[in-house]
Write a protein that binds this ligand. Sequence first.
Ligand code: NAD
Length: 363
Amino acid sequence: MEKKTQKSFLKETIKHIDIKKHNVIKLVEDMADMAYTSRDLNRAASIYDMMLKDKNCCVFLCLAGSLISAGLKKLIVDMIQNNMIDAVVSTGANIVDQDFFEALGYRHYKGDQHFSDDNLLRELHIDRIYDTYINEDELKVCDETVHKICNTLEPRPYSSREFILEMGKWLEKKNKGKDSIVYNAYKYGVPIFVPAFSDCSAGFGFVAHQTENPVRHVSIDSAKDFLELTKIKINSKESGLLMFSGGVPKNFVQDTVVAAEILGKDSPMHKYAVQITVADVRDGALSSSTLKEASSWGKVSTALEQMVYSEVTLAAPLIVGYAYHKKNWKNRKVRNYAKFLIDEDKKVAALAQKEKCNCGRGK
Ligand SMILES: NC(=O)c1ccc[n+]([C@@H]2O[C@H](COP(=O)([O-])OP(=O)(O)OC[C@H]3O[C@@H](n4cnc5c(N)ncnc54)[C@H](O)[C@@H]3O)[C@@H](O)[C@H]2O)c1
């Protein structure tokens, strides 16, 4: 029998779906007269399109699960480039282990979920995500790149949004990853938040950096992430959520309504919400909780919400493809919340400078 090598497993790459190539409007419209998930999907697509038509609506995209490794990178880049989203809240796996990883020039490979010898995969340094393979040696380069980026920055706490912006700048400097989410978000002024930033490849880079620099180092300030996201919510009159999977990003963005209330700001509940998930509502967890349930917590308005019980790679190209071909994004204003947050940071820096001067005088 032929000896299996790493190369013999890592042959065929995952390709990213191109929603521009497939006009799905008629298909999705016809689903309105069907039943079950197809009718739900039709309503979800219409609600997302409404978000884009609504001149006052800021659109948050939430990502959990393994979506970039599964071929959804270009779909998200198309949303960024065509002003179909204003901010992204994601897990670290999607943004660092998968998108930034591909930006470094690496790829995900088609694997086989029925191949049972995971011990052999282990020996060959191949990591498996269901039917997808990753070269673990390449993933280590991704950890190490985060470590190197940490070493170039001024030691202080950063929001994940600030750090991911630095990752975008790094890609530009190295002339890499022009088709990545991190690079395009940086170029188009779309902030990316990863509330549990250390829970991915980035965490390994941070652990190495902080061990080498135990006193003065780069760290992630998750509370600043939440404050920044809340500032966006307060600044935008209305908001809509397009959520893929669930997880931490879903709660983080929903909670901005409650945070705004605590700050005494008049910020309405999220007006629109769509979630695609396979989570089961009976477990009582956040990922599976229906958007109706979220309204009991004062987070999401009930009128324009839709759960779609489907695996994301199946439903997202239809929902986003429908809205893309409807072209209502063409009339949206560009919000550039990345610049808005940089300006907010400048205001805080000016305050700090003023305090420093006042302290000096008192001495
Ligand atoms: N997924 C990975 O390969 C991976 C790798 C490294 C680190 N992590 C970290 O683990 C944490 C949680 O991981 P997570 O977001 O992968 O999973 P999760 O288990 O938190 O998923 C959240 C919910 O989304 C649902 N879901 C996930 N993928 C789906 C899909 N394709 N279609 C429909 N529903 C889907 C799940 O059923 C679950 O209810 C994150 O902090 C992440 O950074 C994940």
